[in-house]
Design a protein around this ligand. Structure first.
Ligand code: UDX
Length: 445
């Protein structure tokens, strides 16, 4: 029997994966959402989004009574000892984050705490700019509970680093734990919970104050985004030097242990629900403090240009795009997810459509989400071969394993003009450039 009952407010990637992670290790979990359809789906054991292994693990924990989803924060808080806040903090048009869900969650949790007699720990897991936990969450919790933070209830900020596509794995095997604590008692409580959860596996744990923990999340994502934009500019330089190859450059600099090889894959840039939003938010937040974070502005600019780069390459090959049929392989922002948020496929397809091209797209799982974005402006294929049929040019936008298995012949035999733009460096340039018109990222050709 685990020592704590846990509630999780918010059922997005972070919330649901954290919930399922705890439940799979024997914790009784109550998740909460105001979305009736979502709650019903979770209670039936059906995750509202695609993620490897999630479906079977969710079904298992729901059937065994370890996880349920309720519709009110109050029910979740009153029946548990710890509450994680994992609601979304989306971008606003000026780049700052929208804290509306954090606010409403803190109010509702505060009201529920007012009805509780025992100590309760509240943990902010959502990505929030420094100062939010202390100046917004704490104040709202105290105001609506009529209780004192530190003695009546605890408060921590505990950023999450899980990646989509391996969210459950990352939840169960994080690199480290960051505990931003309002006071020592709060930090001790969260530390004890994680020690019990991770058991013998001793994870590096950093205990710090609330704003430092909040900033760590932004610094982490901004640094990874910087690595990607950095390798993409080196890739662009490679393209101007005959024979220069970014994969060998990346492999070589990655062997320097001060650099390390991860997040040095050149391609069409980063997307997803975190990097674009977090880089933007950190820029906007710094600006508000009167500081211009020059590197981050460049990281963002390089990333936006990387999507255009794929279209430029198609244009160079086809002279003009008007009336041409372009096959897009891959729509999700990365493999193993159906998430289309800030996917590079979106600006690429929009630009192709603006230039008068006809677009056919295929993705193993993201087509339902893509339909809500592109409606009937593009054609959706049900297989890579159907997508390639009669195309004048193909762009690899997402590096799904399924595409890595395609042979040069799949392109030459099905396309009208076998022009292939490998935006993710998945094919062997020596072989493919002998068999078809082949252009790739970061290779001086
Ligand atoms: C990221 C962070 O990795 C994670 O710690 C945080 O909690 C949420 O944001 P995620 O967005 O799920 O996770 O995906 P990630 O694997 O980091 O990839 C982000 C984007 O960068 C993808 O579009 C991917 O294609 C791109 N990328 C990644 C590259 O272009 N090159 C690389 O070398 C690595």
């Amino acid at each position: 029997m685990k020592s704590q009952h846990i509630s999780i407010v918010g059922t997005g990637y972070v919330g649901l994966c954290t919930a399922i992670g705890f439940a799979s290790k024997g914790y009784k979990i109550i998740t909460s959402t105001h979305n009736v359809e979502r709650a019903t789906s979770i209670n039936r054991g059906v995750p509202p989004f695609y993620e490897p292994d999630l479906q079977e693990t969710l079904l298992n924990v729901v059937r065994n009574g370890y996880l349920k989803c309720v519709l009110t924060r109050e029910e979740a808080v009153l029946n548990t000892d710890v509450t994680f806040i994992t609601v979304a903090t989306p971008s606003q048009p000026d780049g700052t984050i929208d804290l509306r869900h954090i606010k409403s969650s803190a109010i509702e949790i505060g009201k529920a705490l007012n009805k509780k007699d025992t100590y309760h720990l509240v943990v902010v897991k959502s990505t929030v700019v420094p100062g939010t936990t202390e100046n917004m969450v704490k104040l709202l919790l105290e105001k609506h509970s009529n209780k004192h933070c530190g003695s009546d209830f605890g408060l921590c900020m505990n950023p999450e680093f899980l990646r989509e596509g391996s969210a459950l794995h990352d939840t169960l095997h994080p690199d480290r734990i960051i505990i931003g604590e309002h006071d020592k008692k709060s930090g001790d409580a969260l530390d004890a919970l994680y020690k019990e959860f991770y058991g013998e596996e001793t994870l590096p744990t950093i205990r710090t104050n609330l704003p430092t923990a909040e900033l760590i999340k932004y610094a982490n994502n901004a640094f990874l985004a910087t690595k990607i934009s950095f390798i993409n500019i080196i890739a662009n330089i490679c393209e101007k030097i005959l024979g220069a190859d970014i994969t060998t450059v990346a492999e070589s600099i990655g062997l320097d242990q001060r650099i390390n090889p991860r997040f040095l894959r050149a391609g069409l840039g980063y997307g997803g629900s975190c990097f674009p939003k977090d880089v933007k938010a950190l820029i906007a937040f710094s600006n508000q403090l009167g500081y211009i974070p020059t590197i981050l502005q460049a990281v963002q600019e390089v990333n936006e240009n990387q999507a255009k780069h794929a279209v430029e390459k198609a244009k160079e090959k086809l002279a003009e795009l008007n009336g041409k049929r372009i096959a897009i392989l891959g729509l999700s922002f990365k493999p193993n997810t159906d998430d289309m948020r800030e996917a590079q496929s979106v600006p690429i397809i929009n630009q192709l459509l603006n230039e008068g091209a006809n677009v056919t797209a295929y993705d193993p799982v993201a087509i339902p989400n893509a339909k809500s974005i592109f409606k009937n402006k593009i054609i959706y294929a049900s297989s890579p071969v159907e997508c390639l049929t009669d195309a004048d040019c193909c762009i690899i936008v997402t590096e799904w394993d399924e595409f890595k298995k395609l042979m040069a012949e799949d392109f030459t035999q099905n396309m009208r003009h076998p022009i292939l733009i490998d935006g993710r460096r998945i094919y062997n340039p020596e072989e493919y450039s002998q068999k078809l018109e082949f252009v790739t990222i970061g290779l001086g050709q």
